[in-house]
Design a protein. Structure first.
Length: 158
């Protein structure tokens, strides 16, 4: 018995090379198994901040505008394509802005927090005492990132 999609057997199905000529009324429609969840504000925060390097990018940008090379210097384990993807996602979410700057004959792109990004970092800073206590309980320590010689001044509550 031949495979249903074998060349020349039109009675058993549609050949893969004719996939673009399918009629919409013959296609299977996707039906979600469950209704979509109601929006959740906490999940929105995780959706925006979650992902490789996003939280650290926001922390570095809290110190001021930084070029991609500056971010890569502080995140040496981050692959450039991954870093660019996360920066693009943060920019699409409206948390950071980019600006092209000409230095000599080279044009570089600097990134900085937008107004919405600054507001988010202020709210995230409220979580720092809780997070620092958890790190210290595990015997780990954290210092604010030093970007271009200036330590990030985060509004850490007492």
């Amino acid at each position: 018995m031949r495979h249903p999609f074998a060349r020349g057997d039109a009675s058993a199905g549609v050949a893969p090379n004719r996939i673009n000529k399918l009629r919409p009324d013959r296609l299977m429609r996707y039906r979600p198994k469950r209704p979509p969840l109601d929006p959740c504000p906490i999940e929105e925060v995780f959706a925006v901040v979650g992902g490789k390097w996003k939280a650290r990018i926001l922390l570095f940008l809290a110190a001021g505008p930084v070029a991609l090379a500056g971010l890569r210097a502080h995140l040496p384990r981050a692959a450039k394509p991954v870093l660019l993807k996360q920066i693009a996602a943060l920019e699409a979410d409206g948390l950071i802005e980019s600006m092209a700057i000409v230095r000599g004959q080279a044009q570089i792109r600097e990134y900085r927090l937008s107004a919405e990004g600054k507001a988010l970092v202020e709210y995230l800073a409220l979580l720092l005492p809780w997070a620092l206590a958890r790190l210290r309980a595990r015997g780990e320590d954290w210092t604010a990132p030093d970007v271009l010689g200036q330590t990030t001044e985060l509004p850490i509550p007492a």
